[in-house]
Design a protein around this ligand. Structure first.
Ligand code: SAM
Length: 272
């Protein structure tokens, strides 16, 4: 049996009783970083053979692990922190084990993405997990642009040295949005910054980001979907005026159409 075992993302108390039992009972533990896992196991006084299983040896070590599973061994798979398979090794082994008809058991537990989502206070009824934001400028821009119309709450992982750049890129792609920037979750210096994207950018420009981050961004709102852009409004205004309406009458008609105030419609038509 292959057990997928989540481990704490910072606070050692966030390991379940079941996870500890499975780690105790397993024949061996496959770990992303054996040294890190050893620290965890020592803390809980668990002694087990460890085998490394990480991104760059997953093919060869995956074969070894599958052979042991075929022999009927119980293997617990852990990553450095949180849930294996979520931006961590595990997904391939799960797929290969299932393809061979081998049994897997997934334990629920710590995950930075869902912890941050819930802490954000943003809509958690519908959300999308987008993993790490691309590090290069151009793919990052494209990636965020493609998400500009996403109406569900978005979850991103990010590193300290790219977070400020990514916040700015998000502002360029999405405009103003409510966000929650969750830093060092469950750790001593946990910090959750909730507010407008522009405010949090201003704050982060004045500090050196440190630690691990999850960024939660509210989805595109229904108002944004129906709000006209200024250019469109000017065109419609001109059309209505060409049809004999005064600017005031046209503003009223456009206000009704787009659910905005007549004054806003009037002002927008002048600016455009
Ligand atoms: N499998 C892990 C999980 O279940 O959350 C995620 C592993 S991924 C390689 C590491 C990223 O998760 C970090 O760069 C950060 O974005 C996020 N992360 C992990 N622990 C965190 C924490 N305590 N606080 C904030 N973000 C965290």
């Amino acid at each position: 049996m292959l057990y997928i075992v989540p481990t704490p993302i910072g606070n050692l108390e966030d390991i379940t009783l079941r996870a500890l039992r499975i780690l105790q009972e397993a024949d061996l533990i496959a770990a992303e970083d054996t040294r890190k896992t050893l620290t965890l196991l020592n803390h809980f006084e668990i002694k087990k053979p460890l085998i490394s299983y990480y991104e760059h040896n997953k093919r060869s070590k995956g074969e070894v692990l599958l052979a042991k599973l075929r022999e009927g061994k119980n293997i617990a798979l852990v990553s450095d922190a949180g849930s294996p398979g979520i931006c961590d090794p595990g997904a391939d082994l799960i797929k290969e084990a299932l393809a061979e008809g081998l049994e897997i058991t997934v334990l629920p537990g710590a995950c930075a993405a869902t912890t941050a989502l819930i802490a954000s206070g943003l809509d958690a009824t519908k959300f999308v997990f987008e993993g790490f934001i691309p590090r290069e400028r151009s793919p990052r821009k494209k990636f965020l642009k493609e998400l500009a119309a996403e109406s569900r709450t978005m979850i991103f992982y990010e590193t300290p040295h790219r977070i400020t750049e990514s916040l700015k890129a998000a502002y360029e792609a999405f405009g103003e949005r409510q966000i929650a920037l969750c830093r060092e979750l469950t750790k001593k210096f946990e910090e959750i910054n909730r507010g407008a994207l522009s405010e949090i950018i201003a704050e982060y420009e004045a500090r050196e980001p440190k630690g691990e981050f999850v960024l939660i961004v509210e989805g595109r709102s229904a108002e944004e979907d129906t709000a006209p852009d200024a250019e469109m409004l000017v065109q419609e205004m001109q059309q209505l005026m060409a049809e004999g309406n005064s600017r005031k009458q046209a503003s009223k008609l456009l206000a009704e159409k787009y659910g905005i105030s007549a004054k806003d419609a009037y002002d927008m038509s002048l600016k455009g």
